[in-house]
Ligand binder design. Structure first.
Ligand code: SF4
Length: 522
């Protein structure tokens, strides 16, 4: 999982990008980078570690220019190494170009093989470099068309930002797997993986970038194009369960509200007699609030978290993962002693962390421990940008719920069903729409469109970009797609939930080499 950020036309572009990346730090903690443009040339700084460690005041001052893109990385394709840090920046026959990508390509190996056969030399093992080579090789004249042409060859998940000397391009893949949104800061435009990063820099959320949409920001303003054949949306529902920040609203769904709904649904589906309900902090917190609200069981903080350690799931090394549980969580014995405890977590991956948590609660005196999980059993790996382990390592792939219950030594264990999960997220979207309608009514402003977006069609004109295959556009000039200000509806089929259902929206067979390398790495 990664985070991307971009800003166009601001005197303090590098510093604002630094802040934007800081707000996206939860999406990747291995490396960070910024590329700036002063209109003539690109400048790059990347490093391993957190944003705050990678950039000094001097390095930010050297990133001169009014346009920037940035990236925080968590490796899902390619090793955790500086050569794979992003953005990737190149000089090529047509000028300079930099790219930052969130997501995973599923056909990167084939494309890389083909490109190498034609003489391309790769500097990194990251799938993102494939896109850069395809852009450089494209025969299209304009950079916008080159990017569209390159992306027409790739399959998988991509929310990306691309910067040339004078143009910023933001693209979301046709399935809309990873989030991407557009904002405004004075006269400048900003794009980011999550709108919570706008809040920090006082930018205003404008709207989500739609699946399959390319937003182009240059000296003429901002324009939108639809260069790909239309697909049905398959947004990653795990963003709402775990990844996104709870203060983000993605595709009209407030993440905090969605997580509370998961907890409410969990309490309805799997009630239990207990004295207290406690979260596994921080990611299980909103779901626990929902569980307590629905069940009437008092909410308590039975575990406290140290904020000076990264999230264990996001750390790639097995050694850190095992070490991390005790470093990260401590029990509040007075809250737990003699109590029947419900403990709510967002997911169980290998089961080792849950087992340690249950032991920690029992050691602190809990009389009973009932584990409730605010998502279904994780049975399948993700190939679209989340570093879930191989199937063999996922405990739910090979064990029943009761077997997992015995392994983690809880008294009872229950998971939320996929149907309840989807319904909880859709309910959150309805609640957010209602909030916007109420606000509009109070301020007498025009009511928002159905997805909560506030941008008028006129403020983002369309741009002529050839549609690459698929059906012809239905209105306007033959090569122009109308900007969909109302967005594609979110309905029960609009989500990817493959890590629970195995229903992958893009077919993918991992290569044997990759599997073997992964085991060696572990
Ligand atoms: S497989 Fe899971 S984590 Fe990956 S995109 Fe689908 S829902 Fe999200």
């Amino acid at each position: 999982m990664c985070g991307v950020f971009g800003i166009y036309g601001h005197e303090e572009a590098a510093k604002l990008t630094y802040l934007g990346l800081h707000a996206l730090q939860h999406r990747g903690q291995e490396s960070a980078g910024i590329v700036s443009s002063d209109g003539r040339q690109l400048k790059l700084h990347r490093g391993m570690g957190h944003v705050i460690d990678v950039f000094s005041q001097r390095q930010l001052d050297e990133l001169s220019g009014v346009h920037c893109i940035g990236h925080v990385r968590y490796s899902t394709s390619g090793a955790s190494a500086l050569r794979n840090a992003q953005p990737i920046a190149i000089n090529y026959a047509r000028g300079s170009l930099a790219l930052a990508h969130n997501g995973n390509l599923t056909n990167a190996d084939e494309l890389k093989h083909d490109l190498e056969e034609l003489g391309s030399i790769f500097q990194s093992s990251s799938d993102t470099e494939v896109i850069v080579h395809l852009i450089a090789k494209s025969r299209q004249a304009r950079v916008v068309d080159r990017v569209a042409d390159a992306l027409s060859h790739v399959k998988g998940a991509y929310s990306l930002v691309c910067l040339t000397e004078d143009t910023l391009i933001a693209v979301r893949d046709p399935l809309g797997i990873r989030p991407l949104c557009l904002g405004r800061l004075g006269d400048s435009w900003v794009v980011a993986s999550e709108p919570s990063s706008f809040e920090l820099i006082d930018a205003r959320f404008v709207r989500d970038i739609e699946p399959g949409e390319m937003v182009i920001i240059d000296g003429r303003g901002v324009t939108s194009a639809r260069p790909f054949p239309e697909s049905n949306r398959r947004t990653c529902i795990f963003e709402f369960v775990y990844f996104a920040r709870p203060d983000s609203t993605l595709d009209g769904v407030n993440v905090y509200e969605a997580r509370k709904n998961l907890g409410r649904a969990l309490a309805g589906q799997h009630p239990v007699d207990a004295d207290v309900v406690i979260p596994v902090p921080d990611s299980g917190l909103p779901a626990t609030i929902g569980y307590a609200e629905k069940s009437g069981i008092p909410f308590e903080m039975g575990l406290v978290r140290s904020h000076y350690v990264g999230r264990t799931f996001i750390e790639p090394e097995q050694s850190i993962r095992h070490f991390g549980v005790k470093l990260k969580l401590s029990p509040v014995a007075d809250t737990l002693r003699g109590k029947r405890v419900v403990v709510v977590d967002d997911s169980i991956v290998r089961g080792t962390t849950s087992r340690k948590i249950v032991k920690m609660l029992r050691d602190a005196g809990a009389a009973e421990v009932h584990m409730r999980i605010a998502s279904p059993p994780t049975q399948w790996p993700c190939y679209y940008g989340v570093d879930t382990p191989t199937r063999a390592e996922l405990i739910a792939a090979t064990h029943s719920v009761e077997e997992i219950n015995q392994y983690i030594t809880s008294d009872t264990l229950a998971y939320l069903s996929i149907d309840h999960l989807v319904e909880a997220v859709l309910e959150a979207r309805k609640s957010h729409e209602k909030v916007l309608w109420d606000e509009a009514r109070r301020s007498s402003s025009p009511p928002p469109p159905s997805n909560g977006h506030v941008l008028s069609a006129a403020s983002v004109p369309t741009l002529s970009v050839p549609t690459l295959g698929g059906e012809a556009p239905t209105s306007g000039p033959s090569s122009v797609r109308k900007l969909p200000i109302h967005g594609q509806p979110l309905n029960p089929t609009a989500f990817c939930h493959a890590c629970w259902s195995g229903d992958y929206p893009i077919a993918f067979t991992p290569s044997r080499t990759k599997e073997q390398l992964r085991f060696l790495h572990l």
